[in-house]
Design a protein around this ligand. Structure first.
Ligand SMILES: Cc1cc2nc3c(=O)[nH]c(=O)nc-3n(C[C@H](O)[C@H](O)[C@H](O)COP(=O)(O)O)c2cc1C
Length: 176
């Protein structure tokens, strides 16, 4: 059986992106899902001086090993001020110090959601533009706007958005 990981680009304990990532992963048939939480991979704030002084933290190596060994990636990015959350960007920066091409061309379902009407589209666009430089293979990108209105009890309640995600998951599944 294939193994996938699902996680949010957020360190919020109540991350709506983690909820969305978990829901999307539940739609993938016949796979083992490993739900990750960035809080379990705590990292100091990246700095070139810190890296020179203390090297790259174990948690960055651990996360990179997980990326290397998975068959697929479901990632839902939190949007902070139109960009990655600090927690995600920090992880991203540390990982690239070990291996620049840190997505290893694993099929990726890339998502974002937010309470607002753009549903994290700004960070989604940033990631779509950037991740290819790091050997990401983005199969589908999905954004859920107005999370509070469109998601409840662990699933998408709006039928159109739900069908959109189901179709995206089908495409993702085909590439596993
Ligand atoms: C510092 C900060 C900046 C934010 N900026 C944006 C933004 O640019 N666009 C947006 O849609 N939501 C923004 N939000 C709201 C987040 O989308 C919201 O907090 C969401 O829950 C974050 O996802 P998470 O729960 O997965 O961490 C911001 C929130 C914070 C705390």
């Amino acid at each position: 059986m294939k193994n996938i990981i699902a996680f949010a680009g957020s360190n919020s304990k109540n991350s709506i992106n983690k909820e969305l990532a978990i829901y999307a992963s539940s739609l993938v048939a016949d796979v083992n899902v490993n739900i990750l939480d960035l809080n379990d991979f705590e990292l100091p704030l990246y700095g070139i001086d810190l890296e020179k002084e203390t090297g790259i933290p174990d948690n960055a190596h651990k996360f990179l090993d997980i990326l290397k060994n998975t068959d697929g990636i479901i990632l839902s990015l939190a949007e902070h001020n139109g960009a990655y959350s600090t927690a995600f960007k920090n992880l991203f920066d540390w990982l690239t110090r070990i291996e620049g091409k840190m997505f290893f061309n694993k099929p990726m379902l890339l998502m974002a959601t937010s309470p607002g009407g753009r549903g994290g589209l700004s960070v989604l666009e940033i990631a779509q533009g950037r991740f290819a430089f790091h050997d990401a293979t983005i199969i589908e990108a999905f954004s859920l706007p107005f999370f509070g209105n469109n998601f409840s009890d662990g699933k998408i309640t709006n039928e159109d958005f739900d069908n959109q995600l189901i179709n995206s998951v089908k495409q993702f599944q085909k590439q596993l």
